[in-house]
Design a protein around this ligand. Structure first.
Ligand SMILES: Nc1ncnc2c1ncn2[C@@H]1O[C@H](COP(=O)(O)OP(=O)(O)O)[C@@H](O)[C@H]1O
Ligand SMILES: [Mg+2]
Length: 253
């Protein structure tokens, strides 16, 4: 099995004269959770579409090894299908109906929505709908999960809950994950590695590894430190530690 299921080498993508991504190189290891953060409109969705194979680069190369599942910001469920039917769509490769039913029930249990199997999407809250989306994406044995701002349409508390839910689901069903988000907290709380994209044309501006097991509290010192590092890199917060260090240095001269 390829231990690097996603590899981008000097990938650029332009739409006409609009240069969106410039010579982006990125390798994601099997089982790794990478979060990509960056300003709105910088090319995050474009990057995911390239990773999924839905779009092709203008130049550069992409290697993908494994089946991909995507989760979008919202409204990815079929409104005329029940919760159970939507989840079962992720299990099409299972030929026997009994297997599909058993797996669907297992996934309903995993997202704690057993009693909603016959409900339709419009009868659920936004957070519940995204849990169903995650269940469908984790159904079967695809290898790669691509998430495009999956929680950004939800309120703050629901977002916090769903982050922990996602961490728990991945613990049960490990995947190679690329999560695109503009939410730096979300990235720092979930990812093994955070990639910060620059303004368009997007390049990798900064990269940070966070070696803390999930689930992580938002107040975990490493998570807080990561958020601060990223905000500093984006020019939004001051680097107090180093500023204090340089003052000390100046004082001892
Ligand atoms: N298919 C397309 N045709 C033309 N322009 C596009 C297309 N897809 C994206 N863009 C443009 O590329 C830029 C980046 O878009 P996108 O990747 O959706 O940004 P993000 O997801 O970071 O907000 C935007 O200016 C957008 O209008
Ligand atoms: Mg987007």
């Amino acid at each position: 099995m390829n231990e690097k299921p996603l590899q981008l080498e000097k990938v650029s993508r332009s739409f006409g004269s609009l240069e969106v991504l410039r010579e982006l190189s990125l390798t994601i290891s099997r089982g790794e959770f990478v979060a990509v953060v960056g300003p709105s409109g910088c090319g995050k969705t474009t990057l995911l579409n390239l990773l999924s194979g839905y779009d092709q680069p203008s130049s550069g190369s992409i290697h993908r090894d494994g089946e991909v599942r995507m989760v979008y910001q919202q409204d990815g469920l079929f409104p005329w299908m029940t919760v159970a039917e939507n989840i079962a769509l992720g299990l099409r490769e299972l030929k026997a109906e009994a297997d599909r039913t058993r797996q669907t029930n297992e996934l309903l249990r995993l997202i704690r929505l057993e009693s909603f199997e016959r409900h339709y999407p419009h009868q659920l809250s936004g957070g519940m709908r995204q849990r169903v989306e995650l269940a469908r994406a984790l159904a079967g044995d695809s290898d790669i999960l691509l998430l495009d701002e999956p929680f950004s349409a939800l309120d703050y508390l629901t977002r916090l809950r769903l982050r922990q839910e996602l961490a728990r689901l991945l613990d049960e069903r490990p995947r190679t994950v690329a999560l695109v988000t503009h939410d730096i907290e979300e990235a720092a709380q979930l990812a093994d590695r955070v990639i910060v994209l620059s303004e368009r044309p997007a390049r990798i501006q900064y990269e940070l590894s966070i070696a803390v097991p999930r689930p992580r509290d938002l107040t975990h010192p490493e998570v807080v430190r990561a958020i601060h590092r990223i905000l500093t890199e984006l020019g939004i917060e001051q680097d107090h530690e180093n500023a204090a260090g340089s003052r000390r240095f100046a004082a001892s001269e």
